[in-house]
Design a protein around this ligand. Structure first.
Ligand SMILES: Cc1cc2nc3c(=O)[nH]c(=O)nc-3n(C[C@H](O)[C@H](O)[C@H](O)COP(=O)(O)OP(=O)(O)OC[C@H]3O[C@@H](n4cnc5c(N)ncnc54)[C@H](O)[C@@H]3O)c2cc1C
Length: 475
């Protein structure tokens, strides 16, 4: 997020002085690392949690359309950076990969058909395909069918021209480019506190993690893009806009395939249906990945519970985030989300054998010996005040900006990585006030669909798809 914002600001206003302060020794090691998130090219093409079933049996495409529009903004921004030489070798961070949804049983198959009927009417999803023919599913993703018995009704939808994005690689490339264009980038530098000065600027207290030396930086604008670390810093800033927010950490694990022959057999991102109570981003999926340019395969996530807000955080993260202003929302969420609690307890208690069993629901011939268990990143779901319910758990990202536009922060998890570019455009719109209209021509140049809905404009959509595919070297 911070790397995206920094590069975007340099593009729209080269007169700005930009500094990026990172606690770790390199960029993109937390949520944006490819083994820590599930956001690989996440464009709502296959994730069923973005397509709720209506009471009349139809499926709503609205949320998925919004996310897909956002992903197209990110894609255009990356293409602009490739065209202008700021990002090189696009296939080191983005690759073509079909996106599929796969379900079994009558109820789920009926739902998937209704989703297909609703989605295929939309321009953004016009190329979606659907089948209930096991042989076609076998052709699309052989691992789903190998060893499958039982004669259950199966259904799958596919979007052939999806993508896989290695957000860790992308983050590191963006940070390199940021530095090349004159930004100051400091690693091993932890931000410890934020204090508003009388003149409206911010004092940012930082500590060099190698030497232990502490110092204070001054800035006219601060973006708290610290992932799971953002809530603490927002609270420390004392801004009223940050009051009432809390975080609920959910940890996760993936199974990573170690057998090259199995990896080779699968070439898709396949999402299934979530269990009752499962948070939306815990929907099981069997994904091909391109990590550091190498093809890989993973299955998961299996949710867990940890009180850490960052993978490299401490167990005190959750207790230290408690405030008088966020206790009520937290208790309200605990009371209203018993299904989630039950789901998490079940997941935490799952044995390795039972994890392999969930994998075999997807890939029946999978053998446990070919898969290793790895720890995914920490997601800190946003809990916020709500007039009616006192507190709600939000499964998205929450952008917070102060009234004077001097501070912005991003809380939450998913979708985040895939939608970073439009989120940062919105941040600049909110925080940079009058300047935003000056920046608009540059935004239009970088993002040809800026201010328009591609779904309502099939000609522009075709142009944008063709242009970005060509620049990013996608099939
Ligand atoms: C399991 C999982 C699944 C996900 N699935 C999806 C998905 O399907 N689609 C999607 O779009 N998104 C998904 N996400 C969310 C996505 O990964 C995040 O939205 C995105 O990576 C957040 O980027 P960020 O820059 O805000 O945070 P991060 O990548 O976590 O970066 C924050 C950085 O701030 C640094 N930092 C923290 N505290 C401090 C401090 N005090 N001082 C200095 N530096 C600090 C950290 O070291 C880190 O480098 C998922 C996340 C997880 C964990």
């Amino acid at each position: 997020m911070s790397a995206t914002l920094g590069v975007m600001l340099q593009e729209v206003d080269p007169s700005l002085t930009v500094a990026l302060l990172e606690a770790e020794g390199a960029a993109g090691l937390e949520s944006s690392d490819p083994w820590n998130n599930a956001g690989t090219g996440h464009a709502a093409l296959c994730e069923l949690n973005y397509a709720p079933l209506n009471a009349d049996g139809t499926v709503s495409a609205q949320k998925a359309l919004t996310i897909n529009e956002q992903f197209h903004v990110s894609r255009q921004f990356w293409a602009h950076l490739v065209e202008t030489g700021r990002l090189k070798d696009p296939n080191t961070f983005i690759n073509s990969l079909p996106h599929m949804s796969f379900v079994w049983g009558d109820a789920h198959a009926d739902y998937l058909r209704a989703r297909y009927e609703s989605f295929s009417r939309e321009n953004l999803f016009h190329e979606m395909e659907h089948t209930e023919d096991p042989e076609v599913i076998r052709e699309w993703a052989p691992l789903l069918m190998e060893g499958r018995t039982g004669g259950q009704r199966l259904a799958a939808s596919r979007f052939k021209h999806g993508t896989d994005v290695d957000f860790g690689a992308l983050t590191r490339k963006l940070v390199e480019s940021l530095e090349e264009k004159g930004a100051r980038v400091e690693f091993n530098t932890r931000v410890k506190n934020l204090t508003k000065n009388a003149d409206g600027t911010w004092s940012v207290a930082v500590k060099d993690r190698n030497t232990g030396v502490e110092r204070v930086e001054r800035a006219r604008f601060v973006f708290v893009g610290a992932g799971g670390g953002a809530l603490h810093l927002l609270q420390k800033s004392g801004v009223p806009e940050g009051k009432g927010f809390a975080g609920f950490p959910i940890s996760g694990q993936f199974l990573r395939c170690t057998n090259p022959e199995v990896i080779e057999k699968h070439h898709a991102k396949v999402y299934g249906q979530a269990q009752v109570g499962a948070p939306p981003m815990s929907v099981p999926h069997l994904d091909t990945r391109f990590v550091n340019g190498k093809r890989a395969l993973m299955f998961g996530p299996y949710a867990g519970f940890s009180t850490k807000f960052l993978k490299r955080g401490t167990y005190f993260d959750l207790p230290l985030s408690l405030r008088t202003s966020n206790i009520v929302p937290m208790l309200a969420v605990a009371k209203d989300n018993m299904d989630l609690t039950k789901y998490l307890v079940t997941e935490v208690l799952k044995s390795r054998e039972s994890k392999d069993g969930s994998l075999r629901d997807f890939a029946p011939a999978a053998e446990g010996k070919d898969w290793e268990l790895i720890t995914a990143g920490q997601r800190v779901q946003v809990i916020k005040k709500d007039k009616l319910k006192h507190g709600i758990l939000q499964f998205g990202t929450e952008l917070i900006t102060t009234q004077d536009g001097s501070l912005g922060a991003l809380l939450g998890a998913s979708p985040g990585a895939s939608t970073a570019a439009p989120i940062m455009v919105e941040l600049i719109r909110r925080a940079f006030g009058d300047k935003f209209s000056e920046y608009e021509p540059k935004f239009r140049e970088m993002i040809p669909s800026f201010g328009q809905k591609l779904n309502d404009n099939p000609e522009l959509l075709a142009e944008v798809e063709e242009h970005t595919s060509q620049v990013l070297n996608l099939a």
